[in-house]
Design a protein around this ligand. Structure first.
Ligand SMILES: [Mg+2]
Length: 201
């Protein structure tokens, strides 16, 4: 078995999982804030990674401020729901012999985001406690793949991992079938991580 991430002494495929998007349902959190103001998220056509322009176009400036305030509120990241199928997928991938490390960039403008994210992992993914790397530049972190909903992940290093996009609102405009549409495709991720060169883009 060869992994282009290399250097992993256990020779297990090493999967880096972004937290918001693949594990924590950030979109659901945003939808709930909109619903609390009587706004229907299903009306929004998502065209950008940053929700600001899409929300402004559909609901106006006040709705953008409402979402920004909610996102910066202590506790927001602690209360996000789990993405459908994520717990089962993590279990299956661990059983299949993968190493999984959560790789997350805390929102530095939310004072409790970092600690809330750790508490959230402890509650919902107990097998991953102690396996969380917080990095605002994910290129510093080694791995075979990075499952992340951000359209493209850049930093100061050449990544050791291959990025696999996880479908969320923020990348819906890029949908081309190469992304993981949901965790029902966990076995596809397993095949990909076992043959990383097969999905190099
Ligand atoms: Mg994310």
């Amino acid at each position: 078995m060869s992994h282009h991430g290399g250097m992993h002494i256990d020779h297990k495929p090493l999967i880096l999982l972004d937290q918001d998007g693949p594990l924590a349902d950030f979109d659901a959190g945003i939808h709930a804030v909109l619903a609390s103001a009587g706004l229907d998220h299903t009306l929004v056509r998502w065209t950008d990674w940053d929700y600001s322009d899409d929300i402004r176009r559909h609901f106006g400036d006040a709705a953008v401020r409402l979402l920004d305030d909610a996102r910066h509120d202590p506790g927001f990241y602690r209360s996000l729901p789990v993405v459908a199928g994520a717990q089962e997928a993590v279990e299956r991938l661990l059983e299949a012999g993968c190493e999984i490390v959560v790789c997350t960039a805390p929102d530095l403008s939310n004072p409790t985001c970092a600690s809330d994210k750790l508490s959230w992992i402890e509650e919902h993914f107990s097998a991953l406690v102690g396996k969380v790397v917080m990095a605002n530049d994910k290129t510093f972190v080694r791995g075979d793949v990075l499952v992340d909903d951000k359209p493209s992940v850049h930093g100061v290093m050449i990544p050791s991992w291959t990025h696999i996009r996880f479908a969320t609102n923020g990348n819906a405009h890029l949908s081309d079938g190469s992304e993981l549409a949901s965790w029902s495709e966990w076995d596809r991720l397993l095949r990909l991580v076992r043959t990383p060169l097969a999905f190099a883009r």
